[in-house]
Design a binder for this molecule. Sequence first.
Ligand code: BG6
Length: 445
Amino acid sequence: MPDSAKTLLLFGATGDLARRMVLPSLFGLHADGLISPDLRIVGTARTDEDGDAFRAMTGAALEQYLPVEARDPKDISTFLERLDYVPLDASRPECFGPLADAVGSRRSDDVAIFLSTAPSLFESSIAGLSRAGLAGSNVRLALEKPLGFDLASSRSINDAVAHVFSEAQIFRIDHYLGKETVQNLLALRFANSLFEPLWREGGIDHVQITVSETVGLEGRVGFYDGAGAIRDMVQNHMLQLLALVAMEPPARFDATGIRDEKVKVLRSLRPIDRATAASHSVIGQYGAGAMAGGPVPGYVEELGKPSATETFVALKVNIDNWRWRGVPFYLRTGKRLPSRQSEIIIQFRDVPHSIFGARALKPNKLVIRLQPEENIRLLLMAKEPGLDRGGLMLREVPLDISLPNAFADSRRRIAYERLLLDLVEGDQTLFVRRDEVEAQWEWVD
Ligand code: BG6
C-alpha cells in the first residue's frame, strides 16, 4: 500500500459537490481523527478569492450541510486550519505554477488530487499538473463523473489521463461504491455460505435494481439534457450494482480481485438492439404534477425548451454467462418518482412442489435497501400462530438484518467519506478501472 498523502488538492473547491459532499466528508474524517494531522487540503477553482474567503465559505457549507450534532466548533476551527486556497484558470496549463508553490516541499511526499470539474477541463488540468511537476509517481488522481458521453469520448478522456498517469494512480469515482450497503453486498455474498449455492439460475428467478428519486432537474440544465437517465445513472451506478450482484467470487478482497470479476460481468451483458429494444426497454419523461403537497413543473418547463431526453428508464438485462442464463435483471431509475427509494431485490424461485395445497406461497426474497434507510431483509414464509382449525395459515415474514439496529454504535458515513479516505491512503478497491468504464459505455452505446 502507498503512503498516506500529505496534500490533497481539491479542484472545483467552490462548487456544489465540494460544498455539499466533499468538504463535509473531509470534515467528518478530520473530526474522527481518521486523517493524519499533517494532511493539508488545498482548494482551487476559478473564483478569485483568498484562503480566508475559502475558509469562510467552507465554514458556511459545514453549517449548512452537517447535522447539528456533528458541528463541534473546536473541530471546525482545527479543520479550517488545514485549508488553503489558490485561484486558478484550469483551462490554461501555463498558469499552474502558484498551485505547485502552494504544495511546496510537500511535493516529494504523496499527493492526492480530486478533479471535480467539468470534463472539458480535464485535459488542460492534466497538462497543467504535468507542467507544474505535480504528476510524478507519488501523485494519485481522482476523477469525478461524467467521464465522457459515449465510448469514444470516454476513451479520449482515459487516453489523455493515461498519457500522464499510470492506471495504478487513477481513481475513478462512482459514489455508489462508497455506500455502506453496497459494500455489505460483498460481505453478504462472500462471508456467508447460505446464499452462494442458490445465487444463480436455478435458485434465483430474477433480480430488480431500482433507484427511484423524487428530485427533478435541480438546476442542472446544462448537463442533464445531454445525458438523460441512461447515461447519468445506468451507465455507472446501476451497472456497478448489477456487477456486484452478478460477479463470481473474487480470488481476494482487493482492487484487482474485485475489479477483474466485475469487468467479466460487464462484458457479458447482452446488447439490447433494434429488434429487442421494444420488449426490453421503457423510457419516459416526467410532466408537471404535485410533490409533497405542492405543484412541481414538468421536465421541459424546468429546462425551458422542448426535449426528448429520458428522465426515466426501465431495462430488462440479460447476462450471457453460465451462472445467469435465463435470469433477467430489471433495472429501473427515474427522477420525480413518488418516493426516494433505492433497493436491490433478489427474487428466489418458488419451492418445487407445495405440500400446502391451494394456499398461496410466496417465493423467498432478499431485499437490500440502500436508501432512504439502509437495511437488508430476507422474506420467508412462516406459520401464523394458532390451532389451525381452519387449516394451516402461512404468512410472509421478514428476517431483518436492520443495519442501523445491529450496528447502533457505529456512525453512518456518507459515501464520499469512505472514498476520500481511500484516495488519501491509496486503496483503489472501490474505484472503477478503465476496462470497467469502457465495458459499461460499450453496452450503453
Ligand atoms: C448522481 C447523478 O451521480 O447520482 C444524479 O448525477 C443523482 O442525477 C445522484 O441524483 C444520486 O445519488 P444518491 O447518492 O443521492 O442516490
